[in-house]
Ligand binder design. Structure first.
Ligand SMILES: Nc1ncnc2c1ncn2[C@@H]1O[C@H](COP(=O)(O)OP(=O)(O)OP(=O)(O)O)[C@@H](O)[C@H]1O
Ligand SMILES: [Mg+2]
Length: 234
């Protein structure tokens, strides 16, 4: 399974500036992709394109080689396969309790209450949220919110997981646990795309790197090649 950005140009509604100016990249099953680049270079915007929240004005997004058409069916299929954990978890948590929040996605997929429950419990366990299921989502710490947002996406069993600076603000133990979760996901064939400013992590963790600059891909390829040289920040 592949997700392809082909010459994607995007402007935010109400803005007259292009946030992405011709991005082309292809992500394959099981890949571990580090998405790096300066503040404002377009990493979060690319994630919004990936699950159809933003639609390219020019260029296209392809799922398994088929162009996404932005009708209800096509978007539902895209969102079943592509999960995004947003940079700010408050953009993602809507429900009264942690349990309800994680169950939203599975219920939207049309699963029964019992199937959804099994998915929620599994995702919550994986993200270390077993004790917090009845907690109101507004009464969580920052790191706990991040993990609830991650669990909500995991419960949908995506084939592509985009995680926007997911590990920022996590304590070192939780950071290791979350990286371990991402490891397991990619081993099971899910592609994981992590936007990060941690270049050490990007080099160590990723098997592919995309370096964004001013709405374009500056370089992409093997992390050893892409993330080295005099242009690098470290
Ligand atoms: N809601 C919005 N409306 C208009 N322009 C936006 C909006 N969100 C982002 N932009 C602009 O789009 C461009 C890309 O921003 P984006 O958030 O994708 O960058 P980023 O690489 O994720 O940065 P950071 O590392 O700070 O998270 C920037 O020029 C930004 O100002
Ligand atoms: Mg961002």
């Amino acid at each position: 399974m592949t997700l392809t950005f082909r010459n994607v140009h995007v402007t935010y509604p109400g803005s007259d500036r292009l946030a992405l100016r011709g991005v082309s990249a292809e992500i394959a099953a099981g890949q571990r992709v580090a998405l790096v680049g300066r503040n404002g270079s377009g990493k979060s915007t690319l994630m919004l394109v990936a699950n159809g929240i933003l639609r390219p004005q020019q260029g296209e997004l392809l799922l398994d080689g088929r162009s996404v058409r932005y009708d209800r069916r096509s978007l539902a299929e895209l969102r079943r396969q592509v999960g995004v954990v947003f940079q700010n978890p408050d953009d993602q948590l809507f429900s009264a309790s942690v349990y309800q929040d994680i169950s939203l996605g599975p219920l939207n997929l049309g699963l029964s209450q019992a199937e959804a429950r099994a998915r929620v419990l599994q995702a919550a366990e994986l993200c270390g949220l077993g004790e917090l299921l009845e907690r109101p989502t507004h009464a969580l710490s920052g790191g706990e919110k991040v993990r609830v947002a991650l669990a909500g996406v995991l419960a949908m069993s995506p084939r592509f997981l985009f995680a926007d600076e997911l590990i920022n603000g996590l304590d070192p133990w939780m950071r290791r646990q979350v990286l371990h979760i991402l490891e397991r996901l990619s081993a099971s064939g899910c592609a994981v795309i992590l936007a990060t400013h941690d270049w050490g992590l990007a080099r160590e963790w990723a098997d592919y790197a995309i370096w964004m600059d001013a709405g374009r891909v500056f370089r992409q390829g093997k992390p050893q090649t892409v993330l080295s040289g005099p242009e690098c920040p470290d």
